[in-house]
Design a protein around this ligand. Structure first.
Ligand code: PNS
Length: 189
């Protein structure tokens, strides 16, 4: 019987419970599944590609047929390079469909032999996205039930560093303001 290798490409910034749910479903229908993190220099990612890869590797260590990789350039070319016959993508709601369909059809135009397979994550993840997770974490909300524990930990570390930087910045500004006020006071006297 033909073995099917699939790639699951995405930004995964950060990987969420929804991604993990889809990886688990994909691992059951494909012989091999490569979770492929796009190193997209155009976007301003929260996590580096190396960090995202590490998080995904830790999240997927329990799956024998799942590996994690990174790629640049076209998804279809990457699929060809690694010998994959299918692209796995998740569809959470009808709103995802238009963009996903457009991408799938464009990929088919570029590489007719490559099939896109859409799978739905569990309904409880239908509202979940990396973008919302980033926003909630940045605003100090609780993300524990949205991402695996190791990702939650990494997000907290990121936010602590960001808060420390902004606290340092504002204390530097306060000091500068203080100096300015002091200088003005001296000039007046
Ligand atoms: O998780 P995302 O951001 O929705 O993933 C989008 C991704 C990485 C699958 C898409 O942007 C992509 O395939 N990028 C690689 C460049 C490419 O092939 N572009 C043409 C797509 S038709």
């Amino acid at each position: 019987m033909k073995r099917v290798k699939a790639i699951y490409p995405g930004s995964f910034d950060p990987p969420t419970n929804g991604h993990l749910d889809l990886i688990e479903r994909g691992s059951k229908i494909f012989d091999e599944l490569v979770v492929a993190v796009l190193g997209n220099p155009e976007k301003d990612p929260l996590f580096s590609v190396a960090d995202r890869r590490k998080m995904l590797e830790a999240m997927t260590e329990g799956f024998d047929n799942v590996t994690v990789d990174t790629f640049d350039g076209l998804t279809v070319e990457y699929a060809l390079r690694v010998g994959a016959g299918a692209v796995l993508r998740g569809i959470r709601a009808i709103s995802d469909y238009e963009y996903e369909l457009q991408m799938a059809l464009m990929n088919r135009k570029l590489q007719p032999g490559l099939e896109t397979v859409f799978m739905m994550p569990a309904e409880k993840y239908s509202y979940l996205s990396s973008r919302l997770v980033r926003e909630i974490a940045q605003l100090g909300g609780n993300i524990d039930c949205l991402v695996p524990p190791l990702v939650a930990q990494k997000l907290r570390e990121k936010m602590d560093i960001a808060h420390k930087f902004s606290a340092d910045d504002s204390s530097r500004r306060d000091t500068q303001d203080g100096m300015t006020t002091e200088r003005k006071r001296k000039r007046k006297s």
